[in-house]
Design a protein around this ligand. Structure first.
Ligand SMILES: C[S@@+](CC[C@H](N)C(=O)[O-])C[C@H]1O[C@@H](n2cnc3c(N)ncnc32)[C@H](O)[C@@H]1O
Length: 248
């Protein structure tokens, strides 16, 4: 897994969990339920779920993000584990996940872990990058960085058919799935550069700090015409949202 800068995430990327608020509404957490927040990051949505009276466990693979989550919410339970291999002894009423699963390239292993974590009838409510997500940004990465861009891509953005099939193969009945554009504004003239610095580290791993900065500037310049409007950067996000229930 790539390293995460928790301070930068909380400082400049709060839109991630702010958009996740509507997913918590879809989850409808109830008092006493056991809920897993998969890829919980710095814990803001874990806390929102806990406010319902549910017993929440936040799970994340990044020690930096989890350390910040523990500092933010010392009364909540957080576990360091990989979404592709976690196991719990006690089952959950729901597994929730916002903006995390497109980072898990071994998606089948993650779905197996999710299915194993749910009690029969338990629900899986998730949103993450779907097919066509950040299309223009990916194209700019290929133009600026060449052939290495594709092999360094840290994400998997599935379509509905692909992801729903995977869920069904592992005993999860898909009740809702939608793939939708969600143009996402980010603040400031430097917004695109901030975003690239935060999320695209794997692309620049063999460059020194100055070399990476230069590429980041070049990428932002490349994207400006299509994604910078009236003084605001608008990311070309497309999300896949699913609601599924564990059968059996
Ligand atoms: C963009 S953040 C979203 C965090 C949080 N869900 C939110 O809405 O603010 C993505 C999170 O997924 C976590 N993540 C990525 N790959 C993971 C993996 N294989 N196992 C566990 N967590 C992972 C990252 O560490 C990061 O905290």
């Amino acid at each position: 897994m790539s390293a995460w800068n928790a301070e930068q995430y909380e400082g400049r990327h709060s839109y991630v969990w702010q958009f996740g608020g509507s997913l918590v509404e879809l989850l409808q957490p109830r008092s006493g339920e056991r809920i897993l927040d998969l890829g919980c990051g710095t814990g803001q949505l874990t806390a929102e779920i806990a406010a319902s009276g549910a017993q929440v466990v936040g799970l994340d693979g990044s020690p930096e993000m989890l350390g910040q989550a523990r500092q933010n919410y010392p009364n909540l339970k957080f576990v360091l584990a990989d979404a592709a291999s976690f196991r719990f002894e006690e089952s959950f009423d729901a597994v929730f996940s916002n903006a995390a699963l497109h980072w898990v390239k071994n998606a089948e292993a993650a779905v197996q872990s999710i299915a194993a974590a749910l009690r029969p009838g338990g629900r899986f409510i998730a949103e993450f990058g779907g097919k066509g997500n950040i299309r223009l940004i990916l194209a700019a990465l290929e133009t600026v960085l060449g052939a290495t861009a594709e092999e360094r891509c840290p994400w998997w953005f599935p379509g509905i058919g692909e992801y729903a099939s995977l869920l069904e193969q592992h005993g999860l009945e898909v009740r809702q799935a939608s793939l939708f554009d969600r143009p996402t504004p980010i603040e400031g003239e430097r917004g695109m550069e901030d975003w690239i610095e935060m999320f695209c580290g794997t692309y620049f791993r063999d460059l020194d700090a100055n070399g990476a900065k230069e590429k980041v500037r070049e990428l932002a310049a490349h994207l400006r015409q299509e994604l910078f409007r009236d003084g605001v950067w608008i990311l070309d996000y497309r999300r896949l949202r699913v609601v599924a229930v564990a059968v059996g």
